[in-house]
Design a protein around this ligand. Structure first.
Ligand SMILES: NC(=O)c1ccc[n+]([C@@H]2O[C@H](COP(=O)([O-])OP(=O)(O)OC[C@H]3O[C@@H](n4cnc5c(N)ncnc54)[C@H](OP(=O)(O)O)[C@@H]3O)[C@@H](O)[C@H]2O)c1
Length: 338
């Protein structure tokens, strides 16, 4: 039986999630990959418990994580029951609905039917009475946003989640969703967008009045938790000299995981230059990539993945990073503009 480290709150930084009362760790752990059937249970348990020992209180799931879908929730539920249940009130556990999960017209997207049925399934798999955050995983072009947001509001009011969140909504969709949720009396806690040095769409103007997603997040009082901060492992030194067989690209995983085609010669050149700069700063590229995201006060938490305890520890050590000076920030811009 696991006993958490007495020092678990000694070094982690906690940031307020928008205008809410909820503090999230600056680094959170996501269970999209490495927590499925093909992965070793002892290894995933070591990653989760190692994270909690360093003050990572937030674990992010979705109905479809595994692979196959549902397995990450089941595996996390087993850890919760066997190791972590005594610490339930120290944990923020999130899950989501929106991507394909079961056959027929109700197994994906943003209908009330999908969200509420999926939430019930997730609670059963994890073995919880409530999750802390429940997300609409993606906007649904064919369902009125009012219906999707009413479903989130119902889930919170019924006590199955404490807070509502949205993921992958663009800036305009985010404004609308926030407005509907505010009218319903369940403010949107948080947005979960993809954001890394290699994918900066959240900074670009996206509304008719020229606001970016990050601007809208701040304007609406939400927090943000940014996913794939290492561009799924490309913002590390692992692909500089080829593709290791045990890497995400080497394993050729399905469902949105990066593939060989995502690693062009130009991309490798950019990674090499970023890696050189990180080493000059006395850190790994993974650490520099995480610290670069956290310099923006609108980023509440950086949501990392990890396939080993060593990776996770390395990523958390990004918090010991010195602030960037103007020269370093300019060098990063120059490298990324190639
Ligand atoms: N809302 C959404 O639509 C959505 C979509 C995607 C992800 N997410 C969330 O975001 C989380 C993180 O996504 P992600 O896994 O793509 O994030 P990521 O942090 O960009 O990539 C994680 C991968 O990078 C490598 N890695 C991690 N730390 C490393 C380190 N310190 N040194 C060297 N390599 C390192 C590992 O790859 P190897 O396996 O190659 O070792 C690891 O599996 C997910 O688990 C999920 O919770 C949400």
């Amino acid at each position: 039986m696991y006993t958490a480290s007495d020092n678990r709150y000694a070094t982690m930084k906690y940031n307020r999630t928008g205008k809410s009362g909820l503090l999230l760790p600056a680094i959170s752990l996501g269970l999209w990959q490495n927590f499925g059937n093909a992965d070793q249970y002892d290894s995933m348990k070591a990653i989760v418990l190692g994270a909690f020992d360093r003050g990572v209180t937030h674990f992010d799931l979705a109905n479809n994580y595994g692979p196959p879908g549902g397995e990450a929730e089941r595996n996390f539920g087993k850890m919760l029951k066997e190791e972590l249940y005594a610490y339930r009130d120290e944990l923020i556990i999130s899950t989501k609905a929106g991507y394909y999960m079961w056959p027929g017209p109700y197994g994906e997207w943003g209908s009330r039917k999908n969200l509420i049925a999926s939430c019930d399934q997730s609670l059963k798999r994890i073995g919880l009475e409530y999750v802390d955050i429940f997300y609409s995983h993606r906007p649904d072009p064919n369902t009125p946003v009012e219906e999707t947001m009413q479903a989130l509001d119902s889930i919170v009011r019924s006590g199955k989640a404490l807070y509502a969140g949205i993921s992958n909504y663009n800036a305009e969709q985010t404004r609308k969703a926030a407005s509907v949720l505010n009218q319903l009396g369940t403010p949107c806690l948080i947005h979960q967008p993809r954001y890394s040095m290699l994918d900066r769409w959240v900074e670009a103007p996206g509304t008719t009045d020229g606001k970016s997603l990050l601007d809208v997040v701040e304007e609406t009082g939400m927090g943000s938790i940014v996913f794939s901060p290492l561009a799924q492992g490309r913002l590390t030194d692992k692909y500089i000299n080829g593709v290791p067989t045990n890497s995400r690209i080497g394993r050729a995983l399905p469902n949105g995981a990066i593939q060989t085609k995502d690693l062009s010669a130009d991309m490798i050149e950019i990674i090499k230059q970023l890696n050189h700069l990180a080493l000059e700063r006395g850190q790994t590229l993974a650490q520099m990539a995480i610290a670069w995201l956290l310099k923006d006060h609108r980023v509440t938490s950086v949501l990392v993945g990890a396939s080993s305890v060593a990776q996770l520890q390395n990523s958390i050590d990004a918090l010991n990073t010195a602030a960037f000076n103007t020269d370093e920030l300019q060098k990063i811009e120059t490298i990324l503009s190639h």
